[in-house]
Write a protein that binds this ligand. Sequence first.
Ligand SMILES: O=C(O)CCC(=O)C(=O)O
Ligand SMILES: [Fe+2]
Length: 463
Amino acid sequence: MTDSPPSSLPIIDISPWVNPSSHTSSSRLSTSRALDSACRTHGFFYLSNHGLEHLTPKILHLARQFLTESSVEEKEKLKLRSAGKGGGDGARGYQRIGENVTKGKSDYHEALDLYRPWPEPTEPPYEPIQGPNQWPSHPPGFRETYEDYIDKLQTLGRTLLRAMAIGLGEPESTFDTAVRDSFWVLRCIGYPPLTPSPSPSHLEEGVSCGEHTDYGCLTLLLTDDTRGALQVLHAPSGKWITADPIPGCFVVNIGDMFNVWTSGLYASTLHRVIHRGGNYRVSVPFFFEPGWEARVDVLPGCVGRKGKEGGVVYGEHLLGKVLGNFVLEDGGALSTPLCLTCYSPEVGTSYGILLSQARLNVLQASLDSFAIVLVVSFRGLDGGLGREYERENERAIEKCYRANSFSCINRTGGRIAIGLGWLTLGLSQSGTGYTEKAIAKDPRIAIAANPRNIDVCIALPYP
Ligand SMILES: O=C(O)CCC(=O)C(=O)O
Ligand SMILES: [Fe+2]
């Protein structure tokens, strides 16, 4: 294999799988092999002849109409709000430019996020992600057209996964159960050009969408014809490849769940958007994901590989990611759902911890792929004691940050435990054992658990 980046990503014709009756089984096998090769080397490919070409121009047009023709008031009615606040669920709805955050930095785009409807009826105040979708009333027909498109995308996603299962040497139905009730996400994204205003440094520093991997299974990305915006990292050379749109094709990439299924054989690839052109770019990614309750574990054929991912329950994985995605005017999706109560053996009492958003940004910016959310309120405490801890933590983190003494003692995917010198701070999904390992390493750690199945531990500095 060469280390120089390819000039473009492979184009894969999926028609043998979409229309099996007019193709041979050997053409289906070649498609599966091409998918396998693309997923091993790039994690990205173009998908052609998928059968939805007649719908995509309308989908893009409606997204553009919503984003560019709706008044500020109309968009505000659909606003994404923190879970538990004003009918919000911390995930669904419209986000203004800058409210979406990747690794602690604001993205220069606006978006409307839709999710699979929550399977049971829910009432406000909503748990995270469990509220209703915020469908726009303008343009007319938006909802019906999108619902039909989403249905068809799910069928295509299932077909593509069957083809990929064969490429992996697994039975065709391998992924069927995991995605039967796919907890899909669809975003309508609008990217104004990155321009030198409002601050002169923006041209150098701004990103339309910061580098990230996608969380789930498969992303089927539809974009307008803007070129030079979407970039995909070619890991061996460290160079970014531009993934320009090809008419009639989806850009497809694999998400983090494939890291788990294949134990790292199919790695989700970093990508980003930097749109410096003069136009307003529109994209509509569809994230075809496992079901909320689906357990994702390494496939039989990949057991024994030296991958680093343990199994996950998809809904928990998603929750951990989504809650860190927004900085909202109302206090942020960060603060409300993860209302942690921590316990300190030294103090012998429960206390809450608050890190300011600014401090989180510092933390996040200093650790690549720090998919974190730690944070919180002073539950059950009057301002006095709570504020004392807040100050204590801020001082501790500031000190560690200045001393540049972050050192990971354990990290995988979005789970992390970090040694900060004399302050130790960890976040992990419970049941993974990372917290326990962190504790074994540092007996000063106090453990906290919260109802969202995420635990956080913070060690107070010795007096
Ligand atoms: O707009 C694009 O081209 C890509 C957006 C993206 O990567 C995402 O929303 O995950
Ligand atoms: Fe993405």
